[in-house]
Design a binder for this molecule. Structure first.
Ligand code: 3HC
Ligand code: NAI
Length: 694
């Protein structure tokens, strides 16, 4: 049973008991109704307390039920709230820990609300691409006022209960034992004559409601560009302001039903569950013991090492930072300090916190200082020989059980592990640049990496607020292996008739933060050149366009050299289409006898995105990623794939794998078609009418 019912001297206590967060699934909803009715029918009961067991009052509607028959099966949440609100005996919601979404809406249906301090109060539906669908857009403005409510509804951000103590939401914020306080409060109101207050009967008072609503619309314009929910939130609040509670509620319901079907909501829910699923590794049980990580060491204070160190410092974990030369160490420390200073300037960090954070770094040139570290992350030059030196030395100095991690982006983690006598303790931690900002962390699992090492780094990733995704060992891991196929297609399209700005514009219109050519100019075209040179030796059979090599031979490495695929002006990151490059592209097509043709935006998007999908399917087949949503999380958090499309694999499901397969076969039959080797998994799933995420 998802709800417990107990009585305490004239008070009935209905306790939601549906771990982990008391989601309001069908059985919980039915249990609440049963409890209310039982209390109504018991003459000894004078008042009812509604609360939650465990770590939440309630995390809201059960998202897993969305778009299933259970979601609309009675009693729906709207019905439950109506019954709670209609109860003749007063209902007191006793809130602790979390009251979110439908959970808060349920509490708003109660006659009284008391809360423990520290509870997170939110209507986060907008983050799932929907709006509060059980009266939240109507009752919250009546409880706390139009402005505060709209802010909460369109941001979805949690507010601590104590901050809302005087808002009109709570009758009391109680220190001490909430259960005891709730019983006492219930007895007090149980002794009162009814009817008991209802939030729906309060008025929304605002000197200029229409003006504020317009202001809210303007403020969400940016985020609302690709998401319909924020505007609908405002529309629903406005409907209640203009037409009263019942009409507002009706409108809210209509909007909810429409929004829950949108691809944007589907994508956001996919990302919500994908993020949580990523931390679960199929053969590493949830109860795997973890190693204690209280101190960390980082080797190399360059671009990556500095950013990596900042992650741990920000989480309060002291870091020993090792370099080979004092000046490199000083430079690294100065960069870290500069980064924090910029954060202070933006008002996001208190000046005194800067020094506290810097004090958590112990700079050193000596490996002896690493012997106490629980985790050591290597971020030195990307050369196997240098990694070998470092890991051999680490094997000598690191304490037994210390986790030895490499931030390598292209090298074989198994080879690196083999430089030590403890390959079970070695793991790849592939941070993305800038490492203190980017959410993604690819955790590279070597063939010998111990399960408790994986469990430990996944837990640590949460602490440093990263989205960690496990990848097996392969060239490029999940993210870069896929992006290579995407870049390959982008380059072929230049040969065949497109220009960089056209390719970038098409994919940016699709929603990518940055097209492949702007991205390459930012990262440095020489990096891709170096990788290709390696490929030409390792895979002479693999067909690459040589067009990017010609660009590099012109010395156009990107922003850092003032020109790449685009021209740049000093101190200006704007990419200006380049006549020189466009001419070079035309010449290149001539030299290679490639017939130039007009390439439409649809083809550009298909070839780029399906190249990701096709490689993603192979990555799944090979077990490099354990589930499609892991691949999507890599692309959403590390590669600027549009969130509202849910990642490449979900996007492929949306298009339909039948259509993806047909498109790939079509491109495979055209010039440069040898780059398309259809992943068998796509054909298999398409034949079954299934998708990657089914
Ligand atoms: N429905 C179903 N499952 C939920 C859920 C929900 N509303 N909220 C959380 N869960 C699940 C998670 O998927 C996770 O499952 P797992 O263990 O199998 O991976 C588990 O609960 C624990 O979640 P977290 O790892 O996120 O736990 P935290 O303690 O870090 O956070 C939380 C708890 C703050 C409640 C966070 O889970 C959260 O933000 N949940 C979403 C809240 C939300 O968006 N509610 C609105 C729902 S929509 C709604 O109510 C519609 C209504 O207006 C009609
Ligand atoms: P970097 O050149 O900026 O920094 C490397 C630092 O390591 C330098 O400060 C150097 O002095 C130091 N170093 C070299 N040998 C050392 C040794 N034996 N002991 C101690 N310190 C030593 O390089 P970057 O970009 O920070 O890359 C580091 C690693 O991170 C590489 O493996 C790279 O592939 C990887 N990586 C880089 C990304 C990027 O975008 N730059 C992204 C993800 C991973």
């Amino acid at each position: 049973m998802a709800v417990d019912y107990t009585t305490h001297d004239g008070v009935a206590v209905i306790t939601l008991n549906n771990p982990p967060v008391n989601g309001l699934g069908l059985s919980t909803r039915a249990g609440i109704v049963e409890g209310i009715e039982r209390a109504q029918n018991d003459p000894a009961i004078k008042a009812i307390v509604l609360t939650g067991a465990g770590k939440a009052f309630s995390g809201g509607a059960d998202i897993t039920e969305f778009n299933t028959p259970k979601a609309t099966q009675e009693p729906t949440l709207a019905t439950v709230i109506k019954i709670v609100e209609g109860s003749v005996k007063p209902v007191v919601a006793a809130i602790h820990s979390v009251a979110m979404g439908g959970g808060l809406e349920l509490a708003l249906g109660a006659h009284y609300r008391i809360a423990a301090p520290g509870a997170q109060i939110a209507l986060p539906e907008v983050k799932l691409g929907i709006l509060p669908g059980a009266g939240g857009t109507q009752r919250l403005p009546r409880a706390i006022g139009l402005e505060a409510a709209l802010n909460m509804i369109v941001s979805g951000a949690p507010v601590l209960s104590e901050k809302l103590a005087d808002s009109g939401l709570f009758d009391e914020v109680v220190q001490g034992d909430l259960a005891e306080a709730a019983l006492a409060f219930a007895r007090k109101v149980g002794a009162k004559e009814g009817p008991h207050p209802k939030v729906r009967e309060r008025k929304i008072e605002h000197p200029n409601a229409a003006g504020f609503i317009q202001f809210a619309r303007n403020s969400v314009a940016g985020i609302a560009k690709n998401f319909p929910a924020p505007h609908k939130c405002i529309d629903a609040v406005e409907a209640g302001v203009q037409n009263g509670f019942d009409k507002g509620l009706e409108f809210e319901r209509e909007c909810f039903i429409a929004l829950v079907q949108t691809p944007e909501s589907h994508a956001l829910r996919h990302a919500f569950f994908g993020e949580r699923a990523a931390s679960k590794i199929p053969d590493v049980p949830a109860d795997t013991p973890v190693r204690d990580i209280s101190t960390v060491a980082v080797i190399g204070a360059g671009t990556m090492g500095g950013g990596i160190a900042m992650n741990f410092i920000n989480a309060g974990i002291p870091v020993t930072l090792l370099e080979t030369r004092q000046e490199a160490l000083d430079r690294g420390l100065a960069t870290i300090r500069k980064n924090y200073e910029a954060t202070v300037k933006k008002g996001k960090l208190k000046p005194e916190a800067l020094e506290q954070r810097m004090a958590l770094i112990t700079p050193t040139l000596s490996y002896d200082d690493l012997k106490h570290a629980d985790l050591i992350v290597e971020a030195v030059f990307e050369e196997l020989g240098v990694k070998e030196q470092v890991f051999k030395r680490l094997d000598e100095v690191a304490k037994p059980g210390a986790i030895l991690a490499s931030n390598t982006s292209t090298l074989d983690v198994d080879k690196i592990a083999a430089f030590t006598k403890r390959p079970q303790d070695v793991v790849g931690l592939h941070f993305f640049s800038p490492a203190n900002v980017m959410k993604l962390l690819e955790v590279v699992r070597g063939k010998d990496t111990a399960k408790d090492v994986l469990a430990t780094v996944m837990k640590l990733a949460k602490k440093i607020r990263k989205t960690a995704v496990v990848s097996g060992v392969c060239d490029g891991f999940i993210g870069n292996r896929m992006i290579e196929q995407y870049i390959r297609q982008a380059l072929f399209m230049l040969e065949e008739g497109a220009l960089p700005a056209q390719v970038d514009r098409a994919i940016e219109k699709f929603g990518f933060a940055m097209g492949p050519f702007r991205m390459s100019d930012l990262a440095g075209n020489d990096i891709g050149w170096a990788i290709r040179k390696r490929r030409y030796l390792e895979h002479p059979d693999m067909h690459y366009s040589k067009i990017a090599d010609r660009l590099c031979e012109m010395g156009r490495f990107g922003q850092k050299t003032g020109g790449g695929w685009y021209d740049y002006k000093a101190g200006d990151r704007t990419a200006y289409p380049s006549n020189v490059v466009d001419e070079m592209i035309g010449e290149f097509s001539k030299d290679t006898n490639a017939a130039r043709r007009k390439i439409g935006d649809e083809e550009i998007v298909e070839r780029l995105v399906f190249a990701l999908v096709n490689e993603g399917a192979k990555i799944l087949e090979e077990g490099i990623a354990s589930k499609a949503s892991d691949i999507d999380m890599v692309y959403l958090t590390g590669y600027g794939f549009p969130l509202y499309r849910g990642g490449p694999m979900l996007y492929a499901d949306t298009v339909g794998l039948y259509n993806v397969e047909r498109a790939i076969r079509r491109y495979a039959a055209r010039p440069n078609g040898d780059a398309w080797q259809l992943a068998p998994g796509i054909a298999e799933l398409a034949a079954k009418g299934r998708g990657f995420n089914d």
